[in-house]
Ligand binder design. Structure first.
Ligand code: NPQ
Ligand code: MG
Length: 368
């Protein structure tokens, strides 16, 4: 595959309702959309970095810079034999996994289109539908949270994740658990606690949670190990796992018992496949995380999550959970059994809705 032209777009999409986490509140989602032309085919990739460096240090602006000045020049006009070659071609650039993942996604989409096979098929996906859950942001009060969770259950979601932070945790989780005794429930702190909070976090142990996600700092596997020792509930790492090596080390030291996998966070689909393989070999529960993706990234997540090692429901909600209008013609809908269908058309299997795309575009750059 040889790409002769890239189009980089900076998008800003309004969210249906604001999404609040321990690192802030967002009423719109920014991202980059990468479009590439190769031998008569067009491929797409989404960069999940946001406007602000709240979830990770990457932002839409840093990703724009890294893609434009380093990553795209490294592959433009180059013959790339397979998408899994991309990590090697980008290895001279330190960090910036979300920018790299977007570029690798373009090659997977093109590869699938050339082979006339869906991404799920190419990866060895075994299911046509993927079990999913919903991620619920911080709400005004425990009462408001219970109401919001009830509305998602009404829509058919059977697994719920609630965001927590110090002062907005035990009461919230207790309220949801009391209202829904049998619900598959988990919590995500996005690094808002310290090891000294262990006695406090132990109160979550009575609530029959599936897991506690990323309570401590992203660069702190060691204290997660110490915390896990004091909890019955499994810890799940998100921000801390940037590679298959991190995943192996975290599991070997007992820093977590479950892994959340996001291809943007680990630098692309190839690294995600390596983590999937590792978890499968070791019987470690794995699930696909979410970054409030557009239809492009959502399609990629569904293909990834169709692999057999994904044993827990993913944070891959229906399009309407986040967006009134998406940039793809395809809208992903929730089935009554809390699953979403995996795309079957070649590559990512999505087609762009050009008018919506134009209306969300802040900036465009064509290379060359
Ligand atoms: C997580 N995702 O698992 C992330 C957090 C996240 C679905 O909970 C804008 C605003 C972009 C908030 C990207 C979910 C975001 C965001 C990711 C939150 O930790
Ligand atoms: Mg998380």
């Amino acid at each position: 595959m040889k790409i002769t032209r890239f189009v980089l777009r900076h998008l800003r999409m309004p969210l249906r309702t604001p999404f609040e986490t321990s690192f802030g509140r967002a009423s719109a989602r920014e991202c980059l959309l990468l479009e590439a032309h190769s031998e008569g085919l067009t491929g797409y990739g989404e960069c999940v970095a946001d406007a602000e460096p709240g979830y990770s240090y990457e932002t839409t602006q840093t990703a724009w810079h890294i893609l434009r000045d380093f990553l795209i020049p490294a592959v433009l006009e180059q013959e790339i034999p397979h998408p899994q070659e991309i990590p090697h071609r980008l290895s001279h650039v330190r960090g910036h996994p979300m920018a790299k993942a977007a570029l690798e996604m373009v090659y997977w989409d093109l590869w699938g289109k050339r082979e006339e096979r869906s991404l799920a098929e190419i990866l060895g996906g075994k299911r046509s539908h993927v079990p999913v859950g919903v991620s619920v942001g911080l709400q005004e009060s425990p009462t408001a949270l219970v109401k919001t969770v009830a509305s998602y259950l009404q829509q058919g979601y059977r697994r719920v994740k609630i965001k927590i932070k110090p002062g907005r945790d035990i009461e919230e989780a207790q309220a949801v658990r009391r209202a829904f005794p049998d619900l598959l429930l988990q919590v995500d702190a996005n690094s808002a606690y310290r090891l000294e909070d262990a006695p406090h976090l132990r109160r979550l142990d009575d609530l029959n949670l599936l897991l506690i996600e990323q309570p401590l700092a992203e660069d702190d596997l060691w204290d997660h190990r110490a915390l896990q020792e004091q909890l019955r509930t499994p810890l799940c790492l998100d921000e801390s796992i940037l590679s298959a090596r991190h995943a192996r080390q975290a599991l070997e030291m007992g820093a977590c018992r479950i892994i959340n996998l996001k291809m943007g966070r680990v630098g692309g689909l190839s690294e995600a496949l390596a983590i999937h393989q590792l978890c499968r070999e070791r019987g470690v529960p794995l699930w696909c995380g979410g970054m409030l993706e557009t239809g492009v990234g959502r399609a990629a997540n569904l293909a990834l999550a169709s692999l057999p090692g994904f044993t827990l429901p993913g944070d891959i909600s229906a399009t309407e959970r986040y967006y009134e209008q998406d940039i793809t013609q395809e809208r992903f809908t929730l089935e009554p059994d809390s699953t979403i269908a995996v795309p079957t058309a070649p590559g990512l299997g999505v087609t762009l809705e050009r008018r919506a795309l134009e209306s969300f575009t802040l900036n465009t750059l064509t290379i060359p």
